[in-house]
Design a protein around this ligand. Structure first.
Ligand code: TXE
Length: 502
C-alpha cells in the first residue's frame, strides 16, 4: 500500500500495520469524522486482542532479531536521518491527513509536521552518544561502570489533537535508544499514524520495529497496556484516562510516562508590555482552538491594569476569523470532536451559573454549516474556585482572574490540581525569576507562550502526570541503566561477607 492520503483513504476503512505489513483488521469499525462538515470520512478498525498481541509479538521479535538488536548506534542514527528526509518530503500529505481528522488549522498542522524531521534529526544525532558512566567506588582493583540499554517494547498511546507530533516525542528517542514500538492512535484521529508507517518501511527500518494498531481505549488500548510483552507505556491524553492507564500499568509493573492535561496559569503583570502580553494570552488559548495540553486557560491579570488588558484581549478575540481550517486567512477552525463542542457549552453554562461575566463569545458562529465551530469565549470576574478555573476544558474558553500582588498571585496560581505549563509577562526580571521558582509547573514561559523545543524537556506533575519528553531527558525515559562491576585484583573474596564499602 503506497501513497495513502486524504483522497485514497476517504470512504475506506484504515488498514493497520503489523510487522512491516499493512493488514485489514478483523475487528469492528469506528466512524471517523471530518470536523469541518460533521460527516464521516473514513472508518477506523477496533483491533482484536489477537491483533494487539500480534503487534506486540512482532515488536518483541524485532528486539531479539540481530538486524535491529545488533545494528550499531550510528546505523540507527542514519536510518533516522533517512526517515527525516522522507517525512520532510511528505509534510503536506501528513498535514492534510491530520487536518481531515482533527480540523486544526492546516498552517498549524504543517508547522507541527515540519517539526517531525527536526525531532528525528535531533535524536538521530544522539543515537551514538548515549553513554554510561565510570564510577569510582572506593574499592581498589575494581572497575564499576554503567551502560544504557533499550527498554524493549514501548506502547505509545496518543490523542487526537496533534497525533504525529505527540507520537514523535516518544518515537524519535525510542528509536535512538534501540526500542521497538506499538503505536495506538486515538480512535478519533488514526489516519496520520497509519500513513506514517509507510515512511518507516520506505526508510528501511526492520519489520516489527514500528507497528500501528487502532481502536477504542477500552478495547484495543486496554489490551495493549495490560499486555505482559510491553516494557513501557508512553501516554498522552486526559487525566481520567491517565489514571486508568496507571492502574493497568501497575498490574504488570510496567513503567509509564503520562502527559495529561493542564489548567495553566498565564499571568499579565502591571509592568508588562501590555500589547505583547494581550497577544500572548490570545495565542495561548485560541491557537489550536484551545485544544492543546499547555493552553493558557487561566489568565491572571494584575488588578490595576485588569480592565485595560481585558479590553485588548476582547478586541483581539473579536478580530479572529473563524472558518475552514484549510484557508490561510482563518485563525480558528472547528473543534475536533462533537463531544468537545458540548463540553465547551456545558462549561459556558456553568460559568454563568457560578457568577462569571461573559465578556465575549459563548455560542456557535452562524453561517458555517454543520462544522463543529465554537466562538472564542472569554469570561471575566472568574474566581479560582469556579469550575472553569479548575477543570480542563480543552476548547477556546478563557477564564480571566484578578490578582493584587505577587503573593496573592502565587497563592491563586498554585491552587490547582494541575502543574503542566505556565507563563508570565513582566519587564521585571526579579519578578519573573521569583515566579519561575515558586510556580508549580513543569514549564515556565517568560514573555512568550507555547514555544516548546525538541531540545528542551517537557512534562508536568500533580494531575498533569509524570515523565519527560524532549531533550536528553527523553533518552533517560526510554532507556535503562545496567551496572557492571569487574574485580581485576585476582584475589579471592570472603565468601560469607558482602563486599560493601567500609
Ligand atoms: O482522551 P483520552 P479523550 C483531555 C481533554 C479532553 C479529555 C478527553 O481535556 O477533553 O482529555 O479526551 C486512549 N487504555 N485531553 O477522551 O481518553 C484513547 O483511545 C488504553 C488532553 O479523547 O485520554 C486515545 O488513544 N488507552 C490531552 C488516548 O488514550 C486508552 C490530549 C487519549 O484518549 C484507554 C487529548 C484505556 N483504558 C485530550 N482509554 C493532552 N494532554 O494533550 C482511552 N485510551
Amino acid at each position: 500500500m503506497q501513497g495513502l492520503s486524504v483522497e485514497t483513504l476517504t470512504g475506506s476503512c484504515l488498514p493497520i500495520y503489523i510487522n512491516g505489513t499493512y493488514r485489514t483488521s478483523e475487528g469492528g469499525r469506528i466512524d471517523s469524522y471530518d470536523p469541518t462538515t460533521g460527516q464521516v470520512w473514513c472508518q477506523v478498525p477496533d483491533c482484536t486482542d489477537a491483533e494487539v498481541d500480534a503487534a506486540v509479538s512482532a515488536a518483541r521479535a524485532a528486539m531479539s532479531d540481530p538486524e535491529w538488536r545488533d545494528m550499531t548506534q550510528s546505523q540507527r542514527g542514519l536510518l533516522m536521518l533517512r526517515l527525516a528526509e522522507l517525512v520532510e518530503a511528505n509534510v503536506e500529505r501528513i498535514a492534510e491527513v491530520e487536518v481531515q481528522d482533527n480540523g486544526k488549522l492546516l498552517r498549524e498542522m504543517r508547522a507541527l509536521s515540519q517539526a517531525l524531521p527536526v525531532a528525528l534529526r535531533y535524536y538521530a544525532g544522539m543515537a551514538d552518544k548515549i553513554e554510561g558512566t565510570t564510577i569510582p567506588v572506593n574499592k581498589p582493583d575494581m572497575l564499576n561502570f554503567t551502560v544504557r540499554e533499550p527498554l524493549g517494547v514501548v506502547a505509545i498511546i496518543i490523542p487526537w489533537n496533534s497525533p504525529l507530533y505527540m507520537m514523535m516525542r516518544a518515537l524519535a528517542p525510542c528509536l535512538a535508544c534501540g526500542n521497538a514500538v506499538v503505536v495506538k492512535p486515538s480512535e478519533h484521529a488514526s489516519a496520520g499514524a497509519v500513513v506514517f508507517a509507510e515512511l518507516m518501511k520506505e526508510a528501511g527500518f526492520p519489520d516489527g520495529v514500528f507497528n500501528v494498531i487502532t481502536g477504542l481505549g477500552q478495547t484495543a488500548g486496554n489490551a495493549l497496556i495490560t499486555h505482559p510483552g510491553v516494557n513501557k507505556i508512553d501516554f498522552t491524553g486526559g487525566p481520567a484516562t491517565g489514571k486508568v492507564i496507571a492502574k493497568g500499568a501497575a498490574e504488570q509493573l510496567t513503567p509509564a510516562a503520562l502527559e495529561l492535561g493542564g489548567k495553566s496559569p498565564h499571568v499579565v503583570c502591571d509592568d508588562a508590555d501590555l500589547d505583547a502580553a494581550a497577544n500572548g494570552v490570545v495565542a495561548g488559548i485560541f491557537a489550536a482552538a484551545g485544544q492543546t495540553c499547555v493552553a493558557g486557560s487561566r489568565c491572571f491579570i494584575q488588578e490595576n491594569v485588569y480592565d485595560a488588558v481585558v479590553e485588548k484581549i476582547v478586541e483581539k478575540a473579536r478580530a479572529i476569523t473563524i472558518g475552514d481550517p484549510r484557508r490561510d486567512d482563518v485563525q480558528l477552525g472547528p473543534l475536533a470532536l462533537w463531544s468537545q463542542v458540548e463540553k465547551v457549552a456545558e462549561f459556558t453554562e456553568s460559568a454563568k451559573a457560578q457568577g462569571a461575566t461573559l465578556a465575549f463569545g459563548g455560542g456557535r458562529p452562524d453561517g458555517l454549516g454543520d462544522g463543529w465551530y465554537v466562538e472564542p469565549t472569554i469570561f471575566t470576574n472568574v474566581t479560582n474556585d469556579m469550575r472553569i478555573a479548575r477543570e480542563e476544558i480543552f476548547g477556546p474558553l478563557l477564564a480571566i482572574l484578578k490578582f493584587r500582588d505577587d503573593e496573592d498571585l502565587m497563592q491563586q496560581a498554585n491552587d490547582s490540581d494541575f502543574a503542566l505549563a505556565s507563563g508570565i509577562w513582566t519587564r521585571n526580571i526579579q519578578r519573573a525569576l521569583r515566579f519561575m521558582r515558586r510556580i508549580e509547573a513543569g514549564m515556565v514561559w517568560i514573555n512568550t507562550y507555547r514555544s516548546p523545543s525538541v531540545m528542551s524537556p517537557s512534562g508536568g506533575h500533580k494531575d498533569s502526570g509524570y515523565g519527560k519528553h524532549n531533550g536528553f531527558a527523553a533518552i533517560e525515559e526510554f532507556s535503562r541503566i545496567k551496572t557492571v562491576v569487574i574485580d581485576y585484583s585476582g584475589a579471592q573474596q570472603d565468601a560469607f561477607v558482602m563486599r560493601v564499602n567500609k
